[in-house]
Design a protein around this ligand. Structure first.
Ligand code: COA
Ligand code: ZN
Length: 314
């Protein structure tokens, strides 16, 4: 059996979990500072859209990521809705302390699968990231869940190919720390669907007890194809960004994440249950150009869903 997810027609299809990252991955790269109040309003509205998790902000150095320098104010300002998980990106022990002080539900620990992106984004070696994570896992016990996001897991804009064995190595090291949630991230849209199928198949075969999330960027227009490839090998957790905003400021050429409402539209059209209210997402996505001051990549927000009908002219 090579594709564990190949479902028989009588089998119930697993519900999908959508993680909204716009307020973090999306806003971190915007040249304008989105006012704290608008971030809070957007998180509060997203909380009522049916997404399973919202990455609210990032407790990175405000010098590295000035767009999210208001992390505490945003995290403390939002209304939490039962059933929604509120996560924050954390690069180091200092970030974890700040996030725990705000009682985040999940620390999303970020490290790179490739040596050069690790230096560019975090000014640490991968071993140094892991040493920080070991401390964080101990400090967070009983307080917050932990996800680890492996950036550049499908390719690095500096180092090029990132061999699957290397990704498996870093995943194994994270799992050795007791981490049970891992996102494989295609930071600059270098993944292709065949590679996605192979890598997610390999990790889910080896660690069936770990929850793996797919985190794709649409930099080279393969984002939705990659999401579908991950779905095909049984992945049910997906990061995505409203309007298709997003990108790592320390990865040359980075651009937007897979667009949440476009991905939800695709999955729902295929008969998969995302739990998300597409109309609500579309309403929110259409506010983004005003918030960030430029058009955004989302497609369904422009065309309307495929269920849209026009009256015949004349
Ligand atoms: N939150 C707030 N401040 C932090 C911090 C954190 N998580 N980590 C470090 N700092 C502060 C230090 O206190 C120090 O402040 P000072 O200059 O006033 O003394 C300063 O930042 C430098 O600290 P240092 O440990 O030397 O960090 P660095 O400059 O080597 O940067 C990181 C390391 C990890 C903090 C930084 O590269 C970073 O935040 N990267 C995250 C990038 C990111 O979020 N990318 C997008 C997601 S993919
Ligand atoms: Zn990303």
């Amino acid at each position: 059996m090579t594709h564990p997810s190949h479902t028989h027609s009588t089998e119930t299809l697993a519900p999908l979990h959508i993680h909204e990252v716009c307020v973090r991955d999306g806003f971190q790269i915007e040249p304008v500072f989105v006012p704290t109040e608008r971030k809070i309003e957007l998180v509060n509205a997203l909380s009522r859209s049916g997404v399973a998790k919202i990455e609210v902000t990032s407790f990175s150095s405000p010098k590295a990521i000035p767009a999210l320098a208001d992390a505490e104010a945003v995290m403390r300002g939002i209304e939490r809705v039962a059933g929604v998980e509120y996560a924050a990106l954390v690069p180091n022990v200092r970030g974890a302390e700040r996030a725990l002080a705000c009682a985040v539900d999940e620390l999303n620990l970020v490290m790179s699968a490739s040596a050069s992106h690790s230096q560019a984004n975090l000014r640490m070696t991968r071993e140094q990231s892991l040493a920080q994570f070991a401390e964080i896992v101990a400090a967070a016990a009983g307080q917050a869940a932990i996800n680890a996001s492996l950036s550049t897991a499908f390719g690095c804009p500096f180092d090029g190919d990132v061999p699957a064995d290397e990704v498996l190595h870093w995943a194994a090291r994270l799992i050795d720390l007791g981490i049970t949630r891992i996102a494989l991230c295609d930071t600059t849209g270098m993944a292709n669907p065949a590679q996605v199928r192979r890598l997610f198949h390999a990790v889910t075969e080896r660690w069936p007890e770990v929850t793996f999330t797919a985190h794709f960027h649409d930099t080279r227009a393969m984002g939705l194809a990659n999401a579908l490839a991950a779905l095909d090998v049984g992945i049910t957790h997906f990061d995505a960004s409203l309007g298709g905003l997003g990108g790592c400021p320390f990865a040359p050429g980075a651009s937007g994440n897979v667009c949440t409402e476009d991905m939800v539209h695709m999955f729902e059209a295929m008969g998969r249950d995302t739990g998300v209210d597409l109309d609500r997402l579309l309403t929110l996505a259409r506010q983004l150009p005003d918030i960030v001051g430029h058009p955004v990549p989302g497609q369904v927000m422009k065309a309307g869903p495929a269920t849209r009908r026009y009256s015949l002219p004349g």
